[in-house]
Ligand binder design. Structure first.
Ligand code: PLP
Length: 374
């Protein structure tokens, strides 16, 4: 059946589609700017090592992650590219990052001092980047005081400021007014730094939404996370034809039963059959990252939508297959992705659970094996 696993539930990751996506995306990118592949959280659940290898083939200038373990894992998979780690680090983490050649963000003098000591202890020069908080109030140096702090950060022995960047709070929605406000704030910091002769190698602000919709904010590097995976950051951002999702989540029908009018399905008896129905039981559940739903949502079987009935549990989803002709035990089921002419997108699943496509992609748990197709 499927190589590498015997469990009839898995995540298929299509690496040839990833290559195609990158071809279309990078054609759209001005040649003179670089690109950084954001592969945090296992490349949004697709597998960071596999996605990073393809990103390297396509000349990614940088990879980015969020935890030190993610960086170590990439190095253990022979990933040689520069790796940027987003967020703040403890002293212990800084040491490990230096050991594995992971570039850290610095947003205060204390971190710079620690990093500078590590640099001199190892007789190394260490690169760092500075995130500028232009309005998200998340990580980074608040933009109002950024220029003067960055000037101080460049004074530390053994440290080289390699990049300054910022992050959009709202880049993929129709209303770009706050994004433009943030861009103005970022420009003011860059201008002030230039006046002091500070011109780092990389200046960057765009995530996928910014890359698509805000070309005036490209600077010389764009950070792409969700777009190469074939999922657009929102329903209203610019589309690039040919870019398609690379992840399909599949399972098979593990049991079939006929139920009578008045019979119930699942915990809490949330579904009562109005007539004779045929129910298929799928051997997956919220333990695999399938959202917990109640009489909502659907899966694809024989190219048709089969609606969920009752509440799904940790290891079982029940769907109504009364109207699916020829339905049989162990038929292939698509939980997310395409089957025939039908598709269940990450965006659709996000709507069922009032979330965003990003969370849907990252929710598929490690207990679903990743099967790579290339
Ligand atoms: C996650 C992240 C990105 C990637 O965003 P996408 O919308 O997936 O392209 C870029 N920059 C930062 C700082 C991030 O945290």
């Amino acid at each position: 059946m499927i190589p590498g696993t015997k469990r009839p539930a898995w995540v298929e990751v299509n690496l040839s589609q990833l290559r195609q996506n990158l071809q279309f995306i990078l054609q759209h990118k001005p040649a003179e700017i670089g690109w950084l592949a954001v592969v945090k959280d296992e490349a949004y659940g697709h597998g960071a090592a596999a996605v990073s290898k393809v990103a390297e083939e396509f000349g990614a200038n940088y990879l980015a992650i969020s935890t030190v373990d993610e960086g170590i894992d990439l190095r253990r998979h022979e990933i040689k590219s520069p790796i940027l780690i987003f967020g703040e680090r403890t002293t212990a983490e800084l040491e490990i990052c230096v050991h594995y050649g992971i570039t850290c963000c610095v947003s205060n003098l204390a971190t710079a001092e620690t990093l500078s000591k590590i640099a001199s202890a190892h007789g190394k020069t260490l690169s760092f980047q500075v995130e500028i908080d232009t309005g998200m109030s998340r990580y980074g140096v608040p933009w109002r005081s950024a220029a003067s702090l960055i000037r101080d950060l460049t004074q530390f022995k053994g440290l080289v400021l390699e990049g300054v960047f910022s992050h959009f709070a709202m880049s993929d929605e129709l209303d770009k007014s706050f994004a433009l406000e943030q861009l103005g704030r970022f420009h003011s910091v860059i201008t002030s730094l230039r006046a002091s002769g500070i011109k780092p190698l990389w200046t960057h602000m765009c995530n996928s939404g910014g890359f698509l919709d805000l070309p005036q904010a490209h600077f010389n590097l764009v950070r792409l996370g969700i777009l190469p995976l074939g999922v657009f950051p929102s329903k209203v951002c610019k589309r690039l034809p040919g870019v398609e999702p690379i992840m399909t989540v599949k399972t098979s029908i593990a049991a079939l039963r006929e139920i009578e009018p008045g019979d119930n399905v699942g915990y809490g008896l949330r579904y009562t059959a109005p007539a004779r129905r045929k129910i298929a039981v799928l051997p997956v559940g919220y333990g695999d990252g399938f959202p917990r739903l109640r009489n909502k949502g659907a899966v694809l079987i024989r190219g048709q939508r089969a609606p969920l009935v009752g509440s799904n549990s940790m290891d079982a989803v029940m769907v109504d297959v009364t109207d699916v002709p020829g339905v049989d035990l162990w038929d292939e089921v698509v939980l997310m992705g395409k089957q025939g002419k039908e598709e269940i997108s990450a965006h659709e699943i996000a709507e069922w659970k009032s979330s965003v496509s990003y969370e849907v992609l990252t929710s598929w748990r490690a207990r679903l094996p990743r099967i790579y197709i290339s």
